[in-house]
Every structure is written in structure tokens, then in C-alpha cells.
Design a protein around this ligand. Structure first.
Ligand code: NAD
Length: 270
């Protein structure tokens, strides 16, 4: 059901790779709610060609940008402003990648070149996008920026590897840039800490099925899926959440505040 929550709003959505991607669902929901969007992903991801389907569905241009490149991010934001004829009202950062995870290198043996690369893509890119947007004055008054994160930033999930450190850094940027952009232009910046979700990035984590099943049993409401995450992001882009900023917002069915559940105890007693 659509409520026209984003009617007249314009936004940039990073990170839709395929139909499983959380950003894909967010783009669809934003479009349904009346927003105009620009879609972006790395040139490598665009070569897979799937994004064109979404672009057609949402009537959105696709502008490539590798988020580790200042030049690409500047070009993306400049072109988006040209397309919209002005600034944007919301931005979704839905990007994560760890080479250590991909190569199955344990946390205690991380290769630092890979660590740098993962940090650059998964966390510093958020700062780069915000810094570039501020320089170009690309986000309108009371705009809203959301980045996706995971609870491994606060608690240990051993196989999440260096992505845990990347997420801690990402959440810190949301707080610190949130302060600066709030004072300067009433722009709000938050992270959404999502349940484990079956996507390309999610499936890359060792033992991911176990992760998903455990979280399902440990959440009073069960795991939140990608469509529900999209609904939550839409609410954060809307005018109904104008005074929420610098927060890490758990969207996880109650997982983050649950010590144990009857379902887990039952399993342990077997
Ligand atoms: N899937 C989960 O279980 C889960 C849980 C909590 C948070 N998250 C977070 O959600 C976000 C989206 O991930 P997803 O699960 O939808 O997976 P996904 O694989 O669909 O999305 C990750 C995206 O990052 C993009 N990306 C990677 N390198 C890039 C670069 N250099 N420049 C631009 N884009 C680049 C990929 O192309 C892809 O579109 C990530 O931040 C992830 O950490 C995922």
C-alpha cells in the first residue's frame, strides 16, 4: 500500500545489485511513494546489467560511481543535481564489501591491503558521499541520509570478520557527520541496523544460514526482511521522522535487546 509519503521528493540510491538487494527494495518503495530517484552502483556491478530492469521500473537514470573514487562521486552528485534541477531530499548508502570475507581470511590473519579496501568501500565511502554532497550543497534543508549497518558493530559475530570494524566506523560517521550537517542544514543522518537478510553480500558471510536461523529464533518478531527494511527507510526519508538524527536504529524484530528466547532454550536442551 502506498501513502504518497515521498511525493515531490528526490533521492539518490546506492547499492542495488539484483532483486535480492536491500537497495533494490528501497528503490521500488521510494518510487511507489512518489519519489523521483537516481540509481547508482560501481561500473563493475553495472556490467551485470540487472540494474536496467529496476531503472525502467522506477523511471530512473543510472549513473555509475565507484564509491572509492572522489571523481566518480563528484560526477554522480553533479549529474544528479543537473537531472533534478536542484538538490536531493534523501540518500541511501547500501554498500558493503570485505575482501578478507570474500577470500575466507580469518579475522586474526587479515591482510591489511584487503582491510583498507573493505574499509574504503564500506565505511569511508559514506564520509566521501557526505563530504562531496556538502561541498556541492547537494542535500536540501531537512534532507535525510540513511546507511545500512549490522549489529556486529556492537557485539561479536566472529565470522562477520573485519566488516564488524567497518560497520563500527560507518556508524561513527553517521553520528559525527550527522552533527555537522544537522547544524549546517538540518540534514539528518542515521544508520539502520538490519536483520541478516539473504542477499549477495549477506550470503558471502561464512555460516550465513546459521546466522539467519539463529537470529530468527532470537527475535521476538522474527527476522525483518528486505521489504520491511525498505518500508522503514521510506519512513526515515519522509517528513514524519524529521527530528531523528545521529542514531543507530535497530530494525531487527527485537533481536538487539533479547537475552535469550524460549525457542533457543528449547534448542539447547535437546
Ligand atoms: N544482507 C544482510 O544480512 C545485511 C544485514 C545488515 C546490513 N546489511 C548491509 O546492507 C547493505 C546492502 O547490502 P545487501 O545485503 O543488500 O547486499 P548487496 O550485495 O545486494 O549490496 C551491496 C552493494 O554494494 C555495492 N558495492 C560494492 N563495492 C562498491 C563500490 N566500490 N562502489 C559502489 N558500490 C559498491 C555492490 O555492487 C552492491 O550493490 C550493506 O551495507 C550491508 O552490509 C546487510
Amino acid at each position: 500500500m502506498a501513502y504518497n509519503l515521498l511525493k515531490g521528493k528526490k533521492g539518490i540510491i546506492f547499492g542495488a545489485l539484483n532483486e535480492q538487494s536491500i537497495a533494490w527494495k528501497v528503490a521500488q518503495r521510494c518510487h511507489e511513494e512518489g519519489a523521483e530517484i537516481v540509481l547508482t552502483n560501481s561500473p563493475l556491478a553495472l556490467r551485470m546489467g540487472e540494474l536496467n530492469k529496476l531503472a525502467e521500473e522506477c523511471n530512473a537514470p543510472v549513473i555509475p560511481a565507484d564509491v572509492t573514487s572522489n571523481e566518480d562521486v563528484t560526477n554522480l552528485i553533479t549529474k544528479s543535481m543537473e537531472y533534478f534541477g536542484g538538490g536531493v531530499d534523501f540518500v541511501l548508502h547500501s554498500i558493503g564489501m570485505s575482501v578478507n570475507v570474500r577470500k575466507n581470511i580469518p579475522y586474526t590473519e587479515n591482510n591489511y591491503d584487503f582491510t583498507h579496501k573493505g574499509l574504503d568501500i564500506s565505511a569511508l565511502s559514506f564520509h566521501r558521499v557526505l563530504q562531496t554532497a556538502m561541498k556541492l550543497d547537494a542535500i536540501n534543508e531537512w534532507g535525510s541520509v540513511v546507511a545500512l549497518t549490522y549489529i556486529a558493530a556492537q557485539r561479536v559475530f566472529p565470522d562477520y570478520n573485519d566488516m564488524a570494524d567497518n560497520k563500527a566506523y560507518l556508524e561513527s560517521i553517521a553520528r559525527n557527520f550527522g552533527y555537522q550537517y544537522g547544524v549546517k542544514k538540518h540534514v539528518r543522518i542515521n544508520t539502520v541496523s538490519q536483520s541478516p537478510t539473504r542477499t549477495t553480500a549477506g550470503n558471502g558471510v561464512k555460516g550465513f544460514d546459521g546466522f539467519v536461523n539463529y537470529a530468527e529464533k532470537m527475535s521476538p518478531l522474527g527476522n525483518a526482511d528486505a521489504n520491511q527494511c525498505a518500508d522503514y527507510c521510506v519512513s526515515l526519508f519522509s517528513d514524519l521522522t524529521k527530528m531523528v538524527t545521529m542514531q543507530n536504529l535497530f530494525h531487527d524484530g527485537g533481536f538487539s535487546f533479547t537475552g535469550v528466547t524460549a525457542a533457543v532454550i528449547e534448542q539447547m536442551e535437546k
